[in-house]
Ligand binder design. Structure first.
Ligand code: MF3
Ligand code: CO
Length: 252
């Protein structure tokens, strides 16, 4: 069942989305060669708690981190640990917060120092695919319009979208209906309505779309070892079109 959100509820999620964005901006400044992902996790926890919000991932189905940090060929759900970032790597940081009874969720893939042109292009294309999906997030469109927009940007550039993981509705729960796949056909699927809030989150692989989960039962990696990027925004469908709730004032 899909819960439509009132103006008041959207206001709360907007405030929470802002905390997600501020946390990502803060971490961006800390990401450089030598920092351990557990240090990013700790900084994020302190930052979010100072905003009187709760890091939403901690304890979710037994998840140990406050955030997810996924490096290079890791797609999503990398658990922060003693691994230090190195020059030339990419790291996807995924953050959820809970405050005043509502969730917001966002992710961004950051370069560690100077990265290769191929890696840069993967980040640009994945962000572009997210933006294409967001621009289809308008009342009267269908879910497949979002999915198709994301998929076609990624594939046009020679990349593939992960198929086994999706975006999702978000609100009083971190994961609500509907699932938001990153591939699909235009004009098909659920009719989009004002008051829907969607977490749209393309995961784009430089190689094939197949993935596997590591022994830790969380870290998802590309099957072929290729690089992967992940960008996510929480988006409201309003009478004025799509509103991104997890945007920072200054671009990341
Ligand atoms: N942020 C992920 C999502 O967008 C959820 C992460 S769950 C966790 O759906 F437990 F790994 F944190
Ligand atoms: Co999400």
């Amino acid at each position: 069942m899909i819960e439509l959100k009132s103006e008041r509820e959207i206001r709360i999620i907007r405030e929470n989305g802002r905390i997600v964005a501020l946390t990502l901006s803060y971490l961006k400044e800390k990401i450089k060669s030598g920092i351990k992902t557990i240090e990013l996790d700790k900084l994020a926890e302190e930052f979010i708690l100072k905003k009187n919000a709760i890091p939403a991932f901690k304890g979710y189905r037994g998840y140990a981190g406050n955030i997810c940090t996924s490096i290079n060929n890791e797609v999503v759900h990398g658990i922060p640990g003693e691994r230090a970032l190195k020059e030339g790597e990419i790291v996807s940081v995924d953050i959820g917060v809970l405050k005043n009874g509502f969730y917001a969720d966002g992710a961004w893939t950051f370069p560690v120092g100077e990265i290769s042109n191929q890696a840069k292009r993967l980040l640009e294309v994945t962000l572009e695919s997210l933006e294409a999906g967001i621009s289809q997030s308008i009342a009267g469109n269908r879910l497949g319009d979002i999915s198709y927009a994301v998929q076609s940007i990624a594939e046009k550039n020679g990349y593939s979208v992960v198929r086994d993981l999706t975006g999702h509705g978000i609100g009083r729960q971190m994961h609500e209906d509907p699932p938001v796949p990153n591939f699909g056909s235009p004009g098909t699927g659920l009719l989009l309505k004002e008051g829907m809030i969607l977490a749209i989150e393309p995961m784009v692989n430089a190689g094939g779309y197949e993935i596997k989960t590591l022994e830790d039962n969380w870290t998802v990696v590309t099957l072929d070892g290729s690089l992967s990027a992940h960008f996510e925004h929480t988006v409201a469908i309003t009478q004025n079109g799509a509103e991104i709730l997890t945007l920072p004032e200054e671009p990341f």
